[in-house]
Design a protein around this ligand. Structure first.
Ligand code: CP
Ligand code: NVA
Length: 317
């Protein structure tokens, strides 16, 4: 077993930074993140065990549920020689038992980084304003940057080059969709978003992505978006925190359920993607997720390697 041989590319400008939005990254920084994720993944698989974050600690704060984000950040820290501390609203009562500012000041004395999953994006901004260590967005109501980092790693593996890849996101213009807009602005993919009227992505994120030159088309017909796409991507209609709006959303998204028949419209190399968890029978059928075209569990696997790259670049000395 080669213990220390892996040496991922170092993106100098990311050291000590927050990762709250992919919109804060340059093209070079994003591509460096993906390169280092690939290197770390390959190295891990051939037996390299580099302790790149030896003795460092990540605090993980969750206001919402999680399987993938919680597990993979924890495992990533462990595999890089570090450690994580899991906190949740129930444990720390942040903003209730004590202020977010006080939580940030305390954690900054003990840990080298904080990953947080919040409802309001403003909570993350407040945390980052007061934390003396990097803050990573593990999903907010507005954005999910770590997911799209793993997804673009998956795209690189599937297609080699990202340039010219046609991505279709169909469904709710939610946090995952907004991060798709940001990711499109960092690469040469062409992105089509199909959503019902009234469920479009965030106007500010869209405007900024387009101003950076992103190739983004907005339509209201999901089958039109899927036609000839290399990637058909969807996400839940009812995100965490929107449960009270379930009936209205189910009605608005009728006609948006991705079924096996939709896969026939994709390009010959076309794949299906979903960040998970899936609500079967709503945005997608189980058959599609388990079909040969599906890259869903590659995406889940790549959360681990993408998070290693993010943690390495932000938290290293
Ligand atoms: N995709 C994703 O973020 O999964 P979790 O909510 O389980 O973390
Ligand atoms: N849009 C979903 C993503 C879950 C990973 C949600 O916010 O619940």
């Amino acid at each position: 077993m080669a213990l220390e041989t892996v040496s991922p590319v170092i993106v100098d400008s990311l050291q000590g930074r927050d990762l709250l939005s992919l919109g804060d990254l340059s093209r070079d920084e994003f591509s460096g993140l993906l390169e280092s994720a690939l290197t770390l993944k390959k190295g891990w698989k051939r037996g390299d065990r580099p302790r790149l974050l030896d003795h460092k600690t990540l605090a993980m704060i969750f206001e919402k549920q999680s399987l993938r984000t919680r597990s993979t950040f924890d495992i990533a820290m462990y595999q890089l020689g570090g450690h994580s501390v899991l906190l949740s609203q129930n444990y720390i009562g942040w903003g209730v038992r004590e202020t977010i500012k006080d939580v940030a000041y305390n954690l900054g004395r003990w840990v080298e980084g904080i990953m947080a999953r919040t409802y309001g994006h403003g909570t993350l901004l407040e945390l980052a304003e007061h934390a003396s260590v990097p803050v990573i967005n593990g999903l907010s109501d507005l954005l999910h940057p770590c997911q799209l980092t793993a997804d673009y790693l998956t795209l690189k593996e599937a297609f080699g080059e990202l340039g010219g890849v046609k991505v279709a996101f169909v469904g709710d213009g939610n946090n995952v969709c907004n991060s798709h807009l940001n990711a499109a602005a960092l690469t040469d993919v062409s992105l089509t978003v199909a959503c019902p009227e009234g469920f479009e992505p965030d106007a500010g994120v869209l405007e900024t992505a387009r101003a950076k030159g992103a190739d983004i088309t907005l339509v209201h017909d999901p089958r039109e978006a899927a036609e000839g796409a290399d990637v058909l991507y969807t996400d839940v209609w009812i995100s965490m925190g929107q449960e009270e709006d379930t009936a209205r959303r189910r009605e608005a998204f009728s006609g948006y359920t991705v079924t096996s028949a939709w896969l026939e419209a994709l390009s010959p190399r076309g794949v299906f993607m979903h960040d998970l968890p899936a609500h079967y029978g709503e945005e997608v059928t189980e058959e599609v997720v388990y079909s040969p075209r599906s890259r869903v569990f590659d995406q889940a696997e790549n959360r681990l390697h993408a998070h290693k790259a993010i943690l390495f670049q932000l938290l290293r000395d």
